[in-house]
Design a protein around this ligand. Structure first.
Ligand code: GDP
Length: 140
């Protein structure tokens, strides 16, 4: 399998509960490597751009409000098949449907406050990484 990079966000519900290290531990135990990481408070404009694909969805306002409600940790993860692998260890969007042992099953509070984001395609991973990191920030 090819080495890939994917974009991750540890969301405000997780940073509020001091779970950054616990999430990072699950990431690293899966074999993925954290090759860039920064704790930031994202702006409304950044959140709206990041989630623009969901602009017409009924939960869009709630999603932007949530993602700007506290600090997040933006990350680049690297490894074999990183995009699919991270989606697997994150678990389903709805924590009630997520498999045992996944990050969302373990930590998420609800469909909205679901602790982590991970890119869902190579194209989106590249665009999402570029929104928050430049080449020099990523050390593989
Ligand atoms: P993901 O790729 O698993 O993160 O899921 P989606 O791309 O479908 O949705 C993006 C994010 O929007 C999710 O991770 C949730 O934080 C949020 N979201 C999705 N569905 C809902 C919903 O019904 N209500 C709320 N409040 N947020 C939602």
């Amino acid at each position: 399998m090819a080495t890939e990079r994917t974009f991750s966000i540890i969301k405000p519900d997780a940073t509020a509960r001091n779970l950054t290290g616990a999430v990072n531990s699950m990431i690293e135990q899966s074999g993925l490597r954290i090759v860039a990481q920064r704790r930031v408070r994202i702006t409304r404009e950044q959140a709206e751009t990041f989630y623009s694909v969901h602009r017409e969805r009924p939960f869009f306002g709630e999603l932007v409000q949530f993602m700007t409600s506290g600090p997040v940790v933006v990350q680049v993860l690297q490894g074999d098949g990183a995009i699919t692998k991270y989606r697997e260890i994150m678990g389903a969007t709805d924590p009630a449907k997520a498999a045992n042992g996944t990050i969302r099953k373990t930590f998420a509070r609800s469909m909205g406050e679901n602790s982590v984001h991970g890119s869902d395609s190579a194209e989106n991973a590249a665009a999402e990484i570029a929104q928050f990191f430049s080449g020099n920030d990523i050390v593989g």
